[in-house]
Design a protein around this ligand. Structure first.
Ligand code: H2U
Ligand code: ZN
Length: 350
């Protein structure tokens, strides 16, 4: 029997950030793919859609009119999952170990990235993307001052396949009282790592990745975009800072430009992969705003895209993944190589 190598043999990889494992089956990815690689439904959208509730000047569903905004625009979500005036309380159905319900307060906002209905982040000019990053920073700073807000989740849900209801380029912010589960888990892992190693998990990680180079896709002076060692989704990526950074409030003007730069590069290569507007859920994990000291925490952005083989063939997290644990065929190293090999200009601009 030959000796174990990652590229060839089934194995499990540990996600040091979440504490979960993923089953990797590279021998299956070696099956030659002779099927078609369909291109996506690249519908041409107008710059302005009179029926879009996010376009400048249009009425939203509740009748409020959007201003004639020129770059970004943020408003309170008219159907927010969280509201500010929830009455405080708990319910336990008489058995507190089995039944726990706690009231939750929060604020949900929608951010339009551009007045242009037809654009997405990779198609926007760098200065326009910088304005989005600048707005994220301002929103984090503003919401962090509210006493009842302890966690701020900035995210983008892109593409109909991800349940996004409107192609107008936009993201969301959900700010709330409690630190949500995914973030709690990552905090526990990062603090435990710091306690053991006296260093920051994601900084140690990115420094080693920069030496190895196998999973790096892009880098600039401040940030690295890579396919994590423990990636679950076929083309999952992360943006990581090269130095200690805990939240957007610490961004210098150079960081803002460099963040816009890496966001643009990453989203262009995603679109180029299957020559389609690449769907994903992406979001920034950063310092909770509960005034606690999280010494091991490093901010980062996750990109979770569902596509596997073409603009229409997605990876399903079903069966074994639902009942056992996540599984992938193509290795993260192969995914990174494929993403690195793509042209750096957007396919639509050719
Ligand atoms: P999606 O990323 O899920 O498409 O989010 C769009 C958000 O916009 C959604 O959360 C909000 C929805 O509640 N929205 C408004 O706030 N006002 C509207 O008039 C329509 C949609
Ligand atoms: Zn629009």
């Amino acid at each position: 029997m030959s000796s174990f190598i990652l590229e060839d043999h089934p194995h499990r990889r540990y996600n040091a950030l979440s504490g979960e494992w993923v089953l990797v089956s590279p021998h299956r990815a070696k099956r030659p793919w002779q099927g078609q690689v369909e291109k996506g439904g690249n519908e041409d959208r107008p710059e302005y859609d009179p029926k879009c509730y996010l376009c400048p000047g249009n009425d939203r569903i509740n009748g409020t009119a959007n201003p004639e905004y020129k770059d970004t625009y943020v408003f309170q979500n008219d159907f927010g999952a969280l509201i500010t005036d929830t009455p405080s309380g708990t319910v336990d159905e008489g058995m507190p170990d089995l039944f726990k319900a706690e009231s939750e307060k929060g604020i949900c906002r929608v951010i339009c990235f551009s007045p242009r209905h037809d654009l997405t982040l990779p198609e926007m000019e760098l200065p326009a993307i910088e304005k989005v990053v600048q707005l994220w920073k301002e929103q984090y700073e503003e919401l962090s001052k509210l006493d009842f807000i302890n966690h701020i989740q900035i995210f983008e849900n892109k593409g109909a396949v991800m349940g996004c209801s409107n192609p107008h380029p936009h993201g969301q912010i959900w700010a709330q009282q409690t630190i949500p589960g995914e973030v709690q888990q990552e905090l526990i892992q990062q603090e435990a790592y710091f306690k053991k190693n006296k260093s920051i998990l994601l900084l140690d990680y990115v420094n080693r990745e920069l030496e190895l180079k196998t999973r790096i896709v892009f880098e600039n002076e401040s940030f690295v975009a890579l396919v994590p060692f423990w990636a679950t989704w076929p083309f999952e990526m992360m943006i990581l800072p090269k130095r200690k950074l805990q939240h957007l409030g610490e961004f210098t003007s150079e960081d803002i430009s460099n963040y816009a730069d890496i966001l643009k590069k990453l989203t262009i290569c995603y679109d180029n992969l299957f020559e389609t507007s690449f769907p994903y859920s992406a979001g920034i994990h950063q310092l909770p705003t509960d005034d606690k000291n999280y010494v091991g925490l490093q901010m980062h952005m996750h990109f979770y895209p569902p596509l596997l083989r073409s603009a229409t063939v997605k990876k399903f997290m079903v069966g074994y993944e639902m009942l056992g644990e996540a599984q992938r065929d193509i290795t993260p190293e192969t995914s990174a190589q494929r993403l690195r090999d793509l042209p750096t200009t957007h396919y639509k601009s050719n």
